[in-house]
Structure formats: C-alpha cells, structure tokens
Design a protein around this ligand. Structure first.
Ligand code: BV8
Length: 247
C-alpha cells in the first residue's frame, strides 16, 4: 500500500455522497480483540465456530456462557482504536454514511458511531430464551452462569446470531438496500468468508458502487475491489482522513 493508494482512496471518498462501510473482526484487532480465524482465534481447545452455535448452547450452555463471559471480560477492558474513531468522525463528515458491522464487541458504539447496523448482534445484550426480551447488560464477570431472566427465571442467551441462525430480516434488508444505494463501499478487516455478510460488497459492486478493501491480507473479495489497501485499518484510515483534510 503506498501514498498514491491513500490519495486515490481519499479522492474517491471526496467525490462520494453515499458511503457504506462493512467491518469485521479485523478492525478490532489493534484494540487487542482476537479475530475469529486468526491464530489467536482459539479459546481453551475450542474454535469460535464450535461454540457460536445453537447446538453448542443447548448441549452445554454453561460452557458457551463461560466463553462469552471471557470475551466480555476481554472486550470490556479494551478501547476503540484509531480505525473505529475515524469511522465515527466520518459519520459526521459525509452526508450519507452507513456503518454495517459483523462484530458483536460494541467498539463502534464506544467510539461514538451512531448509525450502525449490527448484523450479528451485540455481546453486551442478553435475550430471554422464553420471552425473547432483550436487555443491555455490562456486568463483567457475569454474576451467575448461565444468567437467568429476572422476570421469568428462564435461561438468558447472548443476543447474537450464531452459525445456522437467521439474521434479523429487517436488519439484513436495510443492509442490502444501503449497499444497493451507496456510491462507495469500504470493507475493513473481514475475511469475507461468513455469509450472508460477505455478499454485501458484491451486491454493492453489482449496483455500481466502487469497492475499497482494507486488510493486511488478500481475501476472496480482493479481486472484486476497485482499490485494495494492504495494511492495518488503524494505520490506513487515519492516513486517508489526513489526506481528506488537505483536499
Ligand atoms: C445464515 C456472532 C441462514 C457470534 C457470527 C452460504 C455459503 C456458505 C456458508 C453459508 C451460506 N449461508 C449460510 C452459511 C453458513 C454460515 C457461514 O457463513 N458459515 C461460514 C463458516 C462458511 N452462515 C450462517 O450461519 C449465518 N446464518 O446464513 O442463516 C438461515 C436462514 C434461515 C433460517 C436459518 C438459517 C449466520 C452467520 C453469523 C455467525 N455469527 N458472530 C459471535 O461472535 O459470538 S460470525 C463471526 O464471523 C463474527 O461476527 C465475525 O465478525 C464474523 C466474520 O468473520 P470476520 O469478521 O471476517 O473475522 P475473521 O477472523 O474471519 O477475519 C478477520 C480479518 O481481519 C482477516 O481477513 C484479517 O486478515 C483481517 N485483519 C487482521 N488484523 C487486521 C485486519 N484487518 C484490518 N486491520 C487489522 N489490523
């Protein structure tokens, strides 16, 4: 990635009114949050895909809750990094700026972003397995594992989308319509592997949007991108922001 690429990205943004952003676990890596498929994606002897499923939860809710308790403890101690902060700033700069995230860590909220679509839910929200009521809960560590619904006493689950579960149809519909309308889609820190999120940039591209990808490694999306900025989000986004300020 060279300064010419930074300049090209800034000029693409400069000429755009409607921008959509899709983020994945990589945007939180520089905050110290392990990515899903990176070498640090393991907890005890488990991989995320082993635990983030309804089957794992019904088989051993206590184990799944121990994993989420550990993740909440880790995420609760870290801060948004310059990548999150730059996106929060750009939300106030560009006329139409939509942030779609696969992440459940809540770091975009903590950085000050307001207009966020959380495709896969949020690790700080719990849902009653009986009444489906959703509550915000930042207790870390959790008092009781598994936590119980204060209203009905049934078990609570994390308000996240597990593998094999459908995404909220309203959120997904809004994400696809934002992608069909945007002029530029910025894709940051995702291995472009998990569906249906990974289809969003292709949908935007088919609708005529320019695709800019930021990732230290190429992904299945890279060949579709108009511009691939190879590197870390926390370094590249502030560079683009600096250049935007000079043009
Ligand atoms: C569904 C919440 C249907 C839980 C998560 C079609 C084709 C193939 C498979 C499927 C398909 N349709 C459905 C599937 C199955 C499945 C799927 O996609 N499986 C994968 C494994 C192939 N999808 C689903 O099950 C989805 N549901 O489709 O339902 C349905 C319909 C009706 C009725 C019933 C069912 C649900 C998927 C949601 C799963 N939940 N999270 C939790 O977090 O606890 S997904 C999980 O993966 C996280 O949200 C994570 O964000 C997401 C994607 O991973 P990435 O974000 O990309 O993270 P990863 O580690 O992979 O990559 C990090 C990247 O960052 C790397 O590229 C790295 O290079 C880069 N990076 C590192 N450092 C930096 C960096 N980038 C920038 N800067 C840095 N510093």
């Amino acid at each position: 990635m060279n300064s010419e690429d930074i300049k090209r990205a800034a000029e693409i943004f400069r000429n755009a009114k409607r921008i959509a952003v899709l983020t994945g676990a990589g945007i939180s890596a520089e905050s110290g949050v392990p990515t899903f498929r990176g070498k640090d994606g393991l907890w005890r002897q488990f991989r995320a895909e082993d635990l983030a499923t309804p089957e794992a939860f019904s088989r051993d809710p206590k184990l799944v809750w121990e994993w989420y308790n550990w993740r909440r403890g880790l995420v609760g101690k870290v801060e948004p990094n310059p990548a999150h902060q730059t996106l929060a700033k750009w939300e106030t700069v560009f006329p139409e700026f939509a942030l779609i995230t696969q992440n459940v860590d809540g770091l975009h909220v903590k950085a000050g972003s307001k207009n966020i679509l959380e495709l896969h839910g949020n690790i700080w929200k719990l849902r009653c397995t009986k009444e489906e009521t959703v509550t915000e809960n930042h207790a870390s560590p959790l008092g009781e594992i598994p936590p119980r619904c204060p209203a009905c006493g049934e078990m609570l689950r994390p308000h996240v989308v597990w593998f094999g579960e459908a995404l909220d149809p309203n959120i997904l519909h809004r994400a696809f319509s934002l992608c069909s309308l945007c002029e530029v889609m910025l894709v940051i820190g995702t291995s472009a592997f998990v569906q249906p999120a990974a289809s969003l940039p292709l949908y935007a591209s088919d609708a005529g949007a320019k695709i800019i990808e930021i990732n230290p490694d190429p992904t299945p999306l890279t060949s579709y991108a108009n511009l691939f900025l190879q590197g870390k989000a926390g370094e590249i986004l502030p560079l683009i922001d600096q250049y935007l300020g000079t043009i």
